[in-house]
Design a protein. Sequence first.
Length: 365
Amino acid sequence: MKGTTTNRMARLRARLLDKGLDAFLVLVEENRRYLSGFTGKDGQFDESAGALLITAGRQLLATDSRYEAQARTEAPEFEVFCYKQGLAQSLPEILSTLDTERLGFESVRLSHLQFEKFKKELKKQDRSVSIIPTEGLVEELRMIKEENELHAIRQSLALSESVFEAVREELAPGISEKKLAWTIERGLREKGAESIAFPPIVASGPNAALPHALPSDRRLGQGEPILFDWGGRLNGYCSDISRTIVLGRPDSTFKTVYQVVRDAQSMAVQAIKSGISTVAVDKIARDYIAANGFGDHFGHGLGHGVGLAVHEKPHLSPFRAMDLEAGMVTTVEPGIYIPGWGGVRLENMVVVQEGGAVVLNRLPL
């Protein structure tokens, strides 16, 4: 991790210099891990396992006694500061030792309440520091995956795909969505995943018309769509897969919808390469679905980046234009959702290369 961390910190410091920041506060859990190796979990939005403070010459990991030993072990390149009452109360002291005047912070993570606490403590202790919001400084570094990250993602994906065999063995009319969701979650854990990447989706019949349906007590029936969306986390890295199947003989609607979704995904994957716009890729799939009469039934973006977070940059959508670059990992997941009938979504993960995209999945569509 040492060489990797050093390289990442050098790239971040160059960005801080461009922004005129002499220190940077990192609070996003995935960014903290990416830069330091510290794996502490925040638990929930208003809790924190710690923060990084980075300057041109120093890097500090501030945490409390619950994580101090872990921080020293996992982040040996960082000075560890153990605060007693909380980060806000200790921030003036830390910034004084770092000789900070312009502190950048991650606006996506710092709450207004915590921001006000920071300002209050700095004023109380007579520290004159400008606190400056930033966006995407680390997330944009994380978009381009290093070889060790690609290896970790492949391993996470392979593990997640392997649990689907157990699901197939349980598939039968009358089994509930909740039971199948638990089969996925249990299988991920038993095969060695650190955790689920997100709560599994199992949606059958009309429920499959809800892209993010919650598994219910509804029981599977013959001839209806069954949409699965699941993924695990292994060595910090996530995977994300969707498959849609049917028990028994599919009706003509399923056959038509499934083929349109599959073709749209194939066309988008074939178009992906370094330099193409995320909007252009999304448009290829979206226009094809619309041309086949289902334009009003595909409302979400075509895909999203996957890495330490299950949803990260880049985003394949009509609204977030960005040129893809070699080393980016993204999902390609077109879907058609018809109220009262159900839906079909097919999701694979790909890595962008100079001349095209490589599909990472091995599980058949």
